[in-house]
Design a binder for this molecule. Structure first.
Ligand SMILES: [Cu+2]
Length: 242
């Protein structure tokens, strides 16, 4: 092969290397990322006396003091088309530990299992409250006896409680597609591989009742940015969503 032949081969090779890993995907999918901030005055935490005399501190609003990012906001593409049930994804753990549910807020896809564990030394129970009968149960959760449940999708979160300890609370959002996220400790979220289109994004914070809808245009290969600021907690009175 002469020098020009080598150059052509080399340029073809480089051209191939520089192609995006999946150019097809980049023409159809986009991303939404953003941050939810609570800029109002965060109320002081509630003191909860447990049965054995220890004190728990709880705040409905978990706000990062540096960024004011609000944790536990569930972000769902409200009008995205329903997808078939998730099959091989691992079960999501909702633990009962140190007299609280951990994590307090969970979002799962239709068909994804939830595994409830009790890692305390005392008995707990798990009460799932919902208007849908498939999402209702009430079981005693003894230590080291996990309970697995598959929830049906519903618009509002399933409320999880414990009959022995009224302060124990968690929320499970069951979404009929994979386009959702829960904000992290800085209030940030990111939803990837969204088919391009216009969406209504529903952001909800179950413990306070704070919520907002945003219209977002997802363009192929691009990242749409979403910024949310909530200046006050429902007239100063956090309200639990039903
Ligand atoms: Cu309990």
């Amino acid at each position: 092969m002469n020098a020009s032949g080598s150059a052509i081969v080399l340029s073809l090779f480089l051209g191939w290397c520089m192609l995006p890993a999946s150019s097809h995907e980049q023409t159809e999918f986009g991303t939404i990322e953003g941050q939810v901030r609570f800029t109002g005055i965060v109320p002081p935490p509630k003191k909860i006396m447990t049965n054995d005399g220890t004190t728990l501190l709880h705040n409905d609003l978990v706000v990062d003091p540096k960024t004011k990012g609000l944790r536990h906001v569930v972000v769902v593409l409200e009008n995205a088309p329903a997808q078939s049930k998730a099959k091989k994804e691992d079960a999501v753990l909702v633990d009962q530990r140190d007299m609280v549910f951990l994590p307090r807020v969970v979002a799962i896809r239709n068909g994804q299992k939830v595994r409830f564990e009790n890692n305390d030394l005392c008995n707990h129970s798990v009460i799932a409250s919902s208007t849908k009968s498939a999402n209702q149960f009430n079981i005693v959760a003894a230590s080291n006896q996990p309970y697995v449940h598959v929830f049906e999708p519903q618009k509002h979160p399933v409320q999880i409680g414990c009959s022995f300890h009224p302060w124990m609370l968690a929320w499970i959002y069951v979404v009929p597609h994979p386009w959702f996220a829960v904000t992290d400790a800085q209030g940030k979220f990111r939803i990837e591989r969204i088919p391009s289109g216009k969406y209504s994004v529903w952001l909800r914070h179950a413990d306070s009742g704070l919520q907002e809808r945003q219209q977002v245009h997802v363009e192929a290969g691009k990242t749409a940015k979403s910024k949310i600021e909530w200046p006050k907690a429902n007239d100063g009175q956090p309200v639990r969503s039903k």
